[in-house]
Design a protein around this ligand. Structure first.
Ligand code: PLP
Length: 427
């Protein structure tokens, strides 16, 4: 039996530990840094998660967009198995070259439209890391360096404009400008140099710009912040303000890029080209940690020289092999177009349910990035009921049920989700 056949056996997973032992071990030996729902997933395939008792759950969370290609996509699994069996998966010191990094870098740098065209049209470069937050920090370094080197801002005085409700990860610099108190309480001293303004408010952005401002860091749609799409013209306005004031505009597309909102990149909805973009999650199809900061070649070469950045595992062969196959799957299977098409159908079904429900305050989203805000502000109570019906969903910012399944969703899955949402939301 191949590995792929084994994982296809519903309920079969890594071990024979009973669910009760798993709850016990995780409670005793894993930090309680996530509020968990009571489900042990033994294996996952496509849109489905399987438990040991043979039950299946449609994954409406998709690991916050990391599983856009569907769980264990056979093409990505095959690429990884080949790499492992043929000895080109292991980490290699970054002081030499690998063909996996070269192939992946070319593919990604060419897939992303020319970043920051005002700085030159010679293409993009990538800087690979192991997870979203690391690449956000790379972007922050880039913006600060730009401010210092080209704008003459004193080193240590650079300011970056960020937004209310933002989410960019959990490490110290990034939580330093989080809006949510529990992300940072007790973890000081925090990193200075960030100015927060209201998401969607261009006047506030303009007022916040000072001679020390070097960049703007923004999510072109907010996932963790409550599944919000910014007002039309917001991204364009940020572009104009950045051009006028010589600022680097960076979009965090870790959650909303790579097809999630119905376009390959979320910024394509407004036809706005940033100076840099941060990608992660679906970049490796959910099968290896991989993230990247992508920017104009000239900017990357200006800011990063040997010694000014680095990461042992950042872009190591296994991750690049996964990344290479994961990008192919998104392009070949037209997952962005599929997200637009399936998302429109699913959103319409949800809006019909919402019209009959006294619980729903608002339905919003684009593509398969859909949020259902509930009046009670307690989205998790609905998610817990959904779990009992065979759907894994989670809240976004407490008040909103997140519906963001893998992009390989089929019509029958839409029926499955809609039937259950109707039971939960219509009294
Ligand atoms: C927009 C955004 N930025 C950054 C991150 C952090 O990514 P990671 O958890 O891989 O560090 C996330 C994770 O959810 C995200 O949604």
């Amino acid at each position: 039996m191949t590995n792929i056949d084994t994982i296809k056996k519903a309920g079969h997973g890594f071990s024979t530990l009973a669910d009760s032992q798993i709850y016990d071990y995780e409670t005793n030996f894993v930090a309680s840094h996530y509020g968990r729902q009571k489900l042990v997933v033994r294996n996952a395939e496509g849109v489905w998660l399987h438990s040991q008792d043979g039950n299946k759950y449609l994954d409406c969370l998709a690991a916050y967009s990391a599983a856009n290609q569907g769980h264990c996509h056979p093409k990505i699994v095959k690429a990884l198995v080949d790499a492992l069996q043929n000895n080109y998966a292991s980490v290699i010191s970054n002081v030499v070259y690998t063909d996996s990094m070269a192939a992946f870098a070319k593919k990604l740098a060419e897939l992303v439209p020319q970043m920051g065209p005002r700085f030159g049209q010679n293409g993009n470069k990538i800087l690979p890391k192991n997870g979203g937050v690391e690449s956000v920090e790379t972007a922050i370094k880039m913006m600060r360096y730009y401010g210092w080197k080209t704008k003459g801002i004193a080193d240590g005085k650079q300011e970056i404009i960020v937004f209310s409700n933002n989410f960019h990860g959990r490490m110290i610099t990034v939580v330093s400008f989080a809006d949510t108190p529990r992300y940072k309480e007790g973890f000081g001293p925090l990193t200075p140099g960030f100015v927060t303004v209201d998401y969607g408010n261009l006047d506030a952005v303009e007022k916040a710009i000072t001679p020390n401002t070097c960049g703007i860091l923004v999510e072109p749609a907010q996932g963790e912040g409550g599944m919000f799409i910014p007002p039309e013209g917001f991204l364009k306005g940020l572009r104009e303000l950045s051009d006028k004031n010589d600022l680097m505009l960076v979009f965090d597309e870790i959650q909303v890029g790579l097809g999630r909102t119905g376009k390959m990149f979320c910024f394509e909805h407004e036809n706005v080209i940033p100076d840099g973009i941060v990608l992660g999650k679906a970049l490796s199809g959910g099968l290896a940690p991989l993230s990247c900061f992508v920017t104009n070649k000239e900017l990357m070469d200006m800011a990063f020289q040997p010694g000014s950045d680095g990461s042992t595992f950042g872009g190591f062969p296994l991750a690049c092999v996964a990344g290479n196959a994961a990008l192919d799957v998104i392009v070949e299977e037209k997952l962005a177009e599929r997200s637009a098409e399936m998302g429109a159908i699913l959103k319409k079904r949800i809006e019909e349910i919402a019209a009959k429900s006294s619980h729903v305050k608002e339905v919003r989203g684009r593509g398969l990035f859909i949020g259902i805000e509930v009046h009670s502000g307690d989205a998790m109570s609905f998610c817990r009921t959904l779990l009992g019906m065979g759907i894994l969903a989670n809240d976004s910012h407490g008040h909103t049920i997140r519906v963001s399944p893998p992009l390989v969703l089929e019509n029958e899955h839409i029926d499955y989700i809609a039937e259950r949402l109707e039971k939960v939301l219509v009294d």
